[in-house]
Design a protein around this ligand. Structure first.
Ligand code: SF4
Ligand code: SF4
Length: 175
């Protein structure tokens, strides 16, 4: 009998404890964000969609088609081709399949020229078809996009062209 009453008392006590925690959170500020009406500001180094960067002086793509990013990619979702020799070599064809990408950032870290970046803050990559998530040179090129926070910024008022929206101007995979 005594044990039975003790268990009932313990049950009530645990309910009171849990209600105490519920009451405490009832009067604190909600942390839920009403997405998509509200959007949280991402950290500067959040890994989002890729862009290929452009040299400030020559206005040319920095990518030399060295193939290092494609070779290090663990899921083989980068395909590229280039033309030219030495310093004049440039990518002529470059796609990243974001259906496969796992946002590991290895391709960015291995790039010797800061030619590719994932610090774009663009994380809304939804599409109605899988091909919408395959980005080509045209949709990844960002005129004036600065790959690192250490890179000099453009002068105030200078126009910066953001990369094209997802799905626009897809590049077909060759072969
Ligand atoms: S972030 Fe990782 S998985 Fe995505 S393209 Fe780069 S290396 Fe490949
Ligand atoms: S993005 Fe960088 S690592 Fe990839 S091919 Fe171009 S220069 Fe090489």
């Amino acid at each position: 009998m005594w044990r039975y009453l003790r268990d009932i008392g313990k049950g009530f006590w645990s309910i009171l404890l849990s209600m105490q925690i519920t009451l405490r959170y009832l009067f604190t500020r909600a942390v839920t964000v009403q997405y998509p009406e509200e959007k949280r500001e991402l950290p500067t180094r959040a890994l989002t969609r890729h862009v290929l960067t452009i040299d400030l002086e020559s206005k040319d793509l920095k990518c030399t088609a060295c193939d290092m990013c494609a070779r290090i990619c663990p899921v083989n979702c980068i395909y590229l081709e280039g033309e030219g020799k030495g310093k004049a070599r440039r990518a002529t064809w470059f796609i990243i399949d974001h259906n496969l990408c796992m946002y590991c950032n290895l391709c960015v870290e291995v790039c010797p020229f800061d030619a590719i970046s994932m610090w774009t803050g663009q994380y809304e990559l939804g599409g109605f078809s899988r091909t919408n998530l395959v980005y080509g040179l045209d949709t990844m090129t960002a005129d004036g996009f600065y790959p690192t926070i250490m890179t000099p910024r453009p002068p105030a008022g200078a126009a910066v062209k953001a990369p094209a929206a997802a799905g626009a101007g897809k590049q077909e995979r060759k072969g």
